[in-house]
Design a protein around this ligand. Structure first.
Ligand code: RIB
Length: 322
């Protein structure tokens, strides 16, 4: 895992404030967070062997930021302490479970090309290397030349990247908003006008068409779409009562990485990820809400499973001799 380590400062509110508005809230706890650390913890809690390449500061938040990684048994030998504050995320959670987040990078800003390359030996040994958009551009762009396994790339938040780095993603994991921003980079002439696809299956085909080997397009309560050389498949959501969606997407990605690392096909890994992400939304916070081995995961909304032909959207079929 190459990515951010944050501390999440939580504020519970009835609804999110409007610009210029002050609201009363509750909470005020600090919890371990950061997209990189969250995804690492999610994979490790499910039994994955996970190492973290990241940075923490020299402030009192550092121990909170590391606490979830340590408890999950993540290898921290490539986490460096840098002078200054640990990454901080101010997380506002509304009564319906939806959150809004402001991230202050702190020590994560030190994760540039030099720092990432210094962990090159560890990165080159990993079967799956996962990265997000909470470290500097140069650190992300250093990865493809170091990776010998698979590059699971979650460009969140999306930044301008070398298109060759975007095309090295396998899979690219994005929501619809992020997908549009990535497509705009891969097809700069197309702009954001009529030629930008709208429907999820068109978006995912466009990303594949732009040269990305495999894509997972997350669709919130609608589940996700998965595309690779076997076609486009829908993965349903699991229906749950959301308490706090903070870090649920990271739980999805950690589980996806763990599934791929143990040899699952992308569709099977995405089905596990969908259940793990749903579980994470039923508890407060990011890492504290993640399931461990043996926790009962919610079922997906398709008891028939992925074999049902209705779940394939233009999948490649193989015929059996009859
Ligand atoms: O994806 C959720 C995470 O985003 C939070 O834990 C916060 O730290 C921000 O990085």
């Amino acid at each position: 895992m190459v990515g951010s380590i944050n501390v999440d400062l939580i504020a519970h509110v009835r609804r999110h404030p409007r610009p210029g508005e002050t609201l009363h809230g509750s909470g005020g706890q600090t919890l371990p967070g950061g997209k990189g650390a969250n995804q690492a913890v999610a994979a490790a809690r499910l039994g994955g062997t996970v190492a973290m390449v990241g940075a923490i500061g020299t402030d009192a938040h550092a121990s909170v930021g590391l606490s979830g990684l340590q408890a999950a048994g993540v290898d921290l030998s490539q986490v460096r302490e840098v002078e200054g504050p640990t990454g901080l995320a101010i997380v506002t959670v509304a009564q319906d479970g939806e959150n809004s987040i402001v991230v202050i990078p702190g020590a994560n800003s030190s994760m540039d090309a030099g720092r990432v390359s210094a962990a090159g030996e560890m990165i080159s040994r990993a079967a799956i290397v996962v990265c997000q958009g909470e470290i500097p551009r140069s650190g992300i762009e250093a990865l493809p030349s170091l990776i010998t396994g698979r590059f699971l790339h979650n460009p969140a938040p999306v930044m301008e990247l070398d298109p060759a780095v975007l095309r090295a993603s396998d899979p690219l994991v994005v929501n619809e908003h992020e997908a549009a921003l990535v497509l705009a980079q891969l097809r700069p002439g197309a702009g954001s006008g009529a030629s930008m696809p709208d429907a999820p299956d068109e978006i995912i085909r466009a990303l594949r068409g732009a040269g990305i080997a495999s894509v997972v397009l997350t669709l919130g309560a609608q589940g996700s779409l998965v595309a690779d050389e076997d076609g486009v498949h829908r993965v349903p959501a699991a229906h749950i009562d959301a308490v706090d969606t903070t870090g649920a997407g990271d739980a999805f990605i950690g589980a996806l990485a763990m599934g791929l690392a143990r040899g699952d096909a992308l569709l099977a890994a995405a089905r596990l990820a969908s259940r793990v992400g749903a579980f994470a939304a039923t508890g407060p916070g990011a890492q504290p809400s993640y399931p461990g081995i043996g926790d009962p995961l919610p079922e997906l909304d398709d008891p028939a499973g992925p074999a049902g032909a209705d779940h394939a959207l233009g999948a490649r079929r193989t015929s059996t001799p009859g």
